[in-house]
Design a protein around this ligand. Structure first.
Ligand code: TYM
Length: 340
């Protein structure tokens, strides 16, 4: 739903494949829900981004619809935001091309996510789309005259690139794009949730094992098991064993951050309530079950009615397209493409 022209605009996106995890929820999705009432909000399932790595067509179709259902289950409300699938709004791909001709090879080559992902598959066989991915993300954002982009800490560099591209374009071709800012949760507030088994790595859909990744769809048994087995350290119980210290105690600090993000509060303060890891883990598990229970219940209902979810997405795409076309036309004209 679009708001008045004085309302600021927010946009964000999530990849469909692999399902959403607690990092996505705490770093981004719960803020999306919160921001619906304060901003003119656009949210998209970025299916074109999923094509940058190998996958099965049937799985992409299924996970795109599932992710949309999950976003609604988290609390996105089609009366308060515009929810759509990226590929349903063709302007994203077209603006991405114009912006590719603004971005340089050098700056794209410096993107750490590209370097990490390309290193996994080998530079020679990495898809070209993986390289240009951040430009598509910039197009997602710039098409909507976005003021604020709620994301986790791992998207910080992509956001900086988006700002650079917008500023460069505006300087070269005249004022065309709004330069967006990032809304990243505060330190300790869920901006970077770590893998429960490898607390030096961020929780990620592409982790080698699921043991350290808590999915929003995990049942209470699985949730409890994963959190109970979270890696901590060998410090003996006692005063000071449980403390907020990301360097020295990454596993424990991650559990404290999870608790703080789920229940509210400050991780360093919460630490004072514990002298050993067992009770901390039990409280984190209880908080996760409490937060995710209602989401899972709504998710099951929505999954049983895919046509209702599709209706939301179609309506969202129509709304988003109107705005996107307006911005794209401005960009086409600015860069010198002949009017049709
Ligand atoms: P994606 O799909 O990897 O993640 C979706 C959102 O979840 C956040 N996130 C995390 N937050 C805290 N801790 C973690 N461990 C964690 N893992 C992921 C991400 O920061 C993100 O906000 N490129 C984006 C998708 C995208 C996008 C956009 C985002 C495409 N176009 C336009 C904003 C605006 C991505 O791959 O997110």
């Amino acid at each position: 739903m679009t708001g008045t022209s004085t309302t600021k605009t927010v946009l964000s996106g999530i990849q469909p494949t692999g399902g959403a995890h607690l990092g996505n929820y705490l770093g981004a999705l719960r803020w999306w829900v919160d921001f619906q009432d304060r901003y003119n909000a656009y949210y998209c399932v970025v299916d074109l981004h999923a094509l940058t790595v190998p996958g099965e067509p049937e799985e992409l179709r299924r996970s795109t619809l599932d992710m949309a259902a999950l976003l609604l289950a988290c609390g996105l409300d089609p009366d308060r935001c515009t929810l759509f699938v990226q590929s349903h709004v063709r302007q994203h791909a077209e603006l991405a091309w114009l912006l590719q001709c603004t971005a340089s090879m050098g700056e794209l080559g410096r993107m750490t996510q590209f370097k990490d992902k390309a290193a996994k598959v080998g530079y020679e066989s990495a898809r070209a789309g993986l390289f240009t991915y951040p430009v598509l993300m910039a197009a997602d954002i710039l098409l909507y005259d976005t003021d604020v982009v709620p994301v986790g800490d791992d998207q910080r560099q992509h956001l900086e690139l988006t700002r650079d591209l917008a500023q460069r374009w505006n300087a070269r071709y005249g004022q065309t794009f709004t330069v967006p800012g990032a809304a990243i949760p505060p330190a300790g507030g869920g901006a970077r949730i770590m893998d429960l088994q490898e607390p030096e790595r961020k929780m990620s859909k592409s982790a080698t094992s699921d043991a350290g990744v808590v999915y929003l769809s995990d049942d209470p048994g699985a949730l409890q098991r994963k959190i109970k087995r979270a890696v901590t350290d060998l410090d003996p119980p006692g005063p000071g064993a449980v403390r907020w210290d990301r360097e020295a105690k990454p596993g424990v600090s991650n559990l404290l951050e999870l608790l703080a993000a789920l229940r509210g509060g400050d991780p360093a303060e919460l630490a004072k309530d514990y002298e050993s890891y067992g009770p901390l883990k039990a409280d984190v598990a209880a908080a996760a079950i409490e937060a995710l229970g209602p989401v899972q219940e709504r998710y099951r209902t929505l999954q049983a009615d895919p046509s209702a979810v599709l209706d939301v997405l179609r309506h969202g795409a129509a709304q988003a397209s109107a705005k996107a076309e307006e911005t794209l036309e401005r960009a086409r004209r600015a860069v010198g493409l002949l009017a049709r």
